[in-house]
Ligand binder design. Structure first.
Ligand SMILES: *Cc1c(COP(=O)(O)O)cnc(C)c1O
Length: 232
């Protein structure tokens, strides 16, 4: 078995255990393999080990991998854009990705909707919320999430699925759970107000257990599958 296949198996077991501990079915939680900075060969190893959904942070980098992948493999893969989304990158995302997790402004959502080709299904989107309130982190303010969701839900090129967050890193389980719980509470309140959502995109390599305990439906895992990233 390749190292990536072994790592994937270990991550799947972590998700399954966290789900059982929380009284949830493991199948409720999808694993998104975050392959930013990693070569296509690593993605193909993961795909050979049964992984179908991949997350990329840089629009062009992900598209280069999609185009380089063998067509017979790529037609089974689903690509999620999870990085910061500027206006000049919306067309690349709208034309090439199945999902975008990082919507934080209506203007970006409107561009994605207008640029989504009619030949493709609507782009599946999440609103990114800055629950920790750190100035450096992206995402809309918690109090703005409802209005943003309501507006996005009317855009024809998009299908609003839920909320995403990247909280401040912490090594302590209760501290990890607090921002995930906050995101879930925002999610519940938006659903209660009549906007249908089914996705909570939260949890990464170091905190996926906390996220699953608080209701994550997608965990985004890079390092624990592909190893440390080298940005040199
Ligand atoms: C890089 C990244 C991840 C994966 O982080 P790891 O700690 O490597 O698991 C998840 N989500 C987003 C938005 C990322 O940028």
């Amino acid at each position: 078995m390749s190292a990536i296949a072994t790592n994937l198996q270990a991550v799947r077991e972590r998700i399954a255990k966290a789900a059982r501990d929380a009284g949830r079915a493991p199948a409720e939680i999808a694993l998104l393999a975050v392959s930013k900075t990693k070569p296509l060969a690593d993605i193909l190893s993961a795909a050979a080990a049964g992984q179908h959904e991949f997350g990329e942070n840089y629009a062009q980098e992900g598209i280069a991998k999609m185009l380089a992948a063998p067509v017979a493999v790529n037609c089974d893969l689903l690509w999620h854009f999870i990085g910061p989304l500027q206006s000049n990158k919306t067309r690349l995302v709208a034309e090439n990705y199945a999902w975008a997790h990082s919507i934080e402004r209506l203007k970006i959502a409107e561009r994605l909707s207008a640029q989504r080709p009619a030949s493709l299904p609507p782009l599946q989107v999440c609103v990114q919320v800055n629950v920790s309130g750190e100035a450096s982190k992206s995402g809309c303010a918690p109090q703005d999430a409802f209005e943003l969701c309501r507006a996005i839900a009317t855009l024809p090129g998009l299908q609003l699925r839920g909320l995403m967050t990247i909280p401040e890193a912490s090594d302590d389980l209760p501290a990890q759970r607090a921002p995930f719980r906050q995101l879930r509470e925002i999610y519940e309140s938006i659903r209660a107000a009549g906007v249908p959502l089914d996705t909570l995109s939260m949890g990464m390599s170091h905190d996926l257990e906390a996220a699953v305990a608080e209701g994550a439906t997608i965990v985004r895992v890079g390092t624990a599958i592909f190893g440390e990233r080298n940005y040199a």
